[in-house]
Write a protein that binds this ligand. Structure first.
Ligand code: FES
Length: 222
C-alpha cells in the first residue's frame, strides 16, 4: 500500500474560476466577497485608530515627557516675604529659551495659617500671572488685595480664586520649598475652585466636576 505522505502534493489553483467558485471571472485570484470584507475591516481599523491614538497620546504623554519641570529656583531669602502682601519675582520658566522669552513674573507671599484655607501644603504661595481666561498677564493691586486682568476685566481674590469676570478657574500656582533660609519655587500646577491641585492646564480649561475630564492635560503645557 502506498505511503500517503509520499503522495504527490496536489496544488490548489490561485484562480477562482479554476476552483469552481460561482460568478468567478477569468484571471480573478480573490473573490469579491473576500475583497469587500477585507476592505471593511481595514476601514474599521483606520477609524478606530483615528479615535484611539489621540486618547492614548493624552494617557501616555505625562509618563513619557521629560522631567525638566521638577527643578526649583531660588527667589530670595525668607526675610524678603511676609503673609500680608505679594512680592513680584521674575523666574525663568523655560530654560532653553534664550533672552526674555522664557521668563515670567510670579507673585510670592508666605502662607498665612490664620487666613489661608487651602490644603496644598505649600510653605509659600507663589501665584502665576497668567490669567486663567485667555492668558493675559494679571497684576496684583495691594490696596484692593486683588489680582486684576487688563484684557477682559477678570478679577481674582487675595488667594487667587476668581472674584469676578470671565476666568474659569483660579490662577495657577507653583510648588514652593524652603532650604537653608532660601525660598525655592518649583513646577507650576493648576487648581480648581476649591483650591485642589491638578496638573497644569491651559487657560480657559475648566477644572470643576466633570469638566476636568473634558479638558485633559496637554503634556506640552508649560
Ligand atoms: S484674559 Fe484675563 S479676563 Fe480675559
Amino acid at each position: 500500500m502506498a505511503d500517503p505522505s509520499k503522495r504527490p502534493h496536489s496544488k490548489r489553483s490561485p484562480y477562482t474560476a479554476d476552483r469552481g467558485i460561482p460568478g468567478a471571472y477569468e484571471g480573478e485570484t480573490i473573490t469579491r466577497r473576500r475583497l469587500m470584507t477585507g476592505g471593511a475591516l481595514a476601514a474599521g481599523g483606520i477609524a478606530s485608530a483615528a479615535f484611539g491614538l489621540p486618547a492614548l497620546g493624552f494617557a501616555l504623554g505625562p509618563v513619557l515627557e521629560d522631567q525638566q519641570g521638577e527643578r526649583f529656583l531660588d527667589v530670595g531669602p525668607e526675610a524678603d516675604f511676609n503673609p500680608q502682601t505679594y512680592v513680584p519675582k521674575v523666574i525663568t520658566l523655560v530654560p532653553e529659551d534664550i533672552g526674555e522669552t522664557g521668563k515670567t513674573t510670579i507673585y510670592v507671599r508666605k502662607f498665612d495659617k490664620g487666613r489661608d484655607t487651602d490644603k496644598l501644603g505649600q510653605p509659600y504661595i507663589a501665584i502665576s500671572t497668567r490669567c486663567a481666561h485667555l492668558g493675559c498677564p494679571v497684576r496684583y493691586v495691594q490696596a484692593a488685595e486683588r489680582f486684576i486682568c487688563p484684557c477682559h476685566g477678570g478679577v481674582y481674590n487675595f488667594d487667587g480664586k476668581v472674584g469676578g469676570g470671565p476666568p474659569v478657574r483660579p490662577l495657577d500656582r507653583f510648588e514652593t520649598d524652603v532650604k537653608a533660609g532660601r525660598v525655592l519655587v518649583g513646577p507650576r500646577f493648576s487648581v480648581n475652585s476649591k483650591l485642589e491641585k491638578f496638573h497644569t492646564r491651559d487657560p480657559s480649561n475648566h477644572l470643576d466636576g466633570l469638566w476636568q475630564y473634558l479638558y485633559p492635560r496637554r503634556p506640552t503645557t508649560p
